[in-house]
Design a protein around this ligand. Structure first.
Ligand SMILES: *Cc1c(COP(=O)(O)O)cnc(C)c1O
Length: 417
């Protein structure tokens, strides 16, 4: 029976497309870290038995091991136990979840939020709740896989648009006679790090009476004056509410962000007009038919939301590291291109799958963990190292990465010669 899969696996392996899981754990338990070891927190892991400085996580603010979040989780376990026991609509929705949703809505400046146990679940549940047969979805070619899966599940007609091509989108919206139109985009593209032009998209959706859904998995916590995300980055809405020129104009917006990345914990939320959010809560099958995330998670997230406001220096430091990396890469005159990015995601495009894996292996030998990302996650021929920076990194960490890349480039050129 399984011979078929063996053959398929061998074929994937031959084109360097099989993936391997590593076993990863912090080098030192967060509780054991003291002042002199603080730079290990959220940066240094034992990966398959070897200590590595990691540039692979989405822990952009370094909150996953923050003492305040750990304490909140411990207190919540003592107060609520460890399991939510049922889906949110049965009896899995606790006061902790309720308070979290209110905090999330206020943070992004939208009237209501709904918390999901995972970003994947939020997207594959929300899109089919909004559109169906006879409707049309307009999706950026580089959108995240779970947006694509949500579109497929919805059975709406799907239009895949060239990446960030506003003119192509406008033409497609113009030509569509669908009953309901939904434009879907990553707010920050997860493998490129660039930010979508949300104001232009909102205006275009106004002109064509379409809905706009943005997935801010990589912007929430990182972008905006207080980490409120991409809406704040573009001056649309945030902690202080909706900006005057956008008041009354956000009822066509479905905002979505995940909470396992910069927020350091797990889950996701959607936010928007109360009736829209209520509708999704009534209809999203991933909300109705899945056990709620434990209250431990909700309470840890409430602590994360406080830290995001109380420690703005984390975002300042992250921005400084982005600049430091760019300077370091420029100075090293690498044969590879660091894509332009305003975010913590700093992709270094290598090209072929084999070359990307070779550079990754070179860095690994030097004690650094930087994941190579290959097709189908990124387009063919653009395999890359997805360098992801965290506020937990120090300037010395980034300098070490630049030095290691310079060495890897030297050995790559020797291999060619
Ligand atoms: C990570 C990610 C998701 C999925 O979120 P999870 O909470 O990990 O399930 C959704 N969209 C984008 C753009 C992501 O990067």
């Amino acid at each position: 029976m399984t011979g078929l899969f063996d053959k398929e696996l061998a074929r994937l392996n031959a084109v360097h497309l099989t993936r391997k899981r590593r076993q990863v754990a912090p080098l030192m338990a967060p509780a054991d870290l003291g002042a002199q070891d603080e730079s290990l927190r959220g940066t240094t892991y034992v990966i398959d038995g070897q200590a590595r400085l990691s540039f692979g996580s989405n822990d952009y603010l370094g909150l996953s091991q923050h003492p305040a979040l750990i304490a909140a989780a411990q207190e919540a376990a003592a107060r609520y136990g460890v399991g939510a026991t049922a889906s949110p609509l049965v009896c899995g929705h606790s006061p902790a979840h309720e308070a979290l949703e209110q905090q999330l809505a206020a943070r992004v400046g939208l009237p209501r939020a709904l918390y999901f146990y995972a970003g994947y679940a939020a997207n594959v549940g929300t899109i089919p709740a909004l559109v169906g047969r006879g409707d049309a979805v307009f999706s950026d070619a580089l959108n995240h896989a779970c947006l694509i899966d949500g579109i497929r599940l919805s059975r709406a007609e799907s239009h895949i648009l060239p990446h960030a091509d506003l003119a192509a989108l406008e033409a497609a919206l113009q030509a569509s006679t669908a009953r309901r139109k939904l434009v879907v985009t990553d707010a920050v593209f997860s493998m490129d790090g660039n930010v979508a032009n949300v104001p232009a998209l909102l205006e275009m959706c106004e002109r064509h009476d379409a809905w706009l859904m943005i997935d801010d998995a990589h912007g929430f916590g990182v972008l905006g004056e207080r980490g409120e995300g991409t809406l704040s980055y573009h001056g649309i809405a945030g902690l202080h509410g909706v900006a005057p020129q956008w008041r009354g104009r956000l009822d066509r917006l479905i905002y979505m962000a995940t909470l396992g990345k910069a927020a350091g914990v797990a889950g996701a939320f959607i936010a928007g007009e109360p009736s829209l959010v209520e509708w999704v809560m009534q209809k999203a099958r991933t909300y109705m038919f899945a056990t709620a995330a434990p209250a431990i998670v909700a309470e840890s997230l409430r602590a994360a939301m406080r830290v995001m406001l109380d420690e703005p220096e984390r975002r300042d430091h992250l921005r400084a590291l982005q600049g430091r990396l760019r300077e370091g890469v420029d100075a090293a005159r690498l044969p590879w291109t660091l894509m332009s990015s305003d975010t913590a995601i700093q992709p270094l495009v290598i090209g072929s799958n084999a070359d990307a894996l070779a550079v990754m292996a070179q860095l690994d030998e030097q004690g650094l963990w930087v994941p190579a990302i290959r097709p189908p996650t990124v387009p063919e021929g653009t395999a890359r190292l997805r360098i992801s920076l965290s506020a937990a990194h120090t300037v010395e960490h980034v300098d070490r990465l630049c030095a290691a890349l310079a060495l890897a480039a030297k050995s790559a050129s020797q291999a060619v010669a």
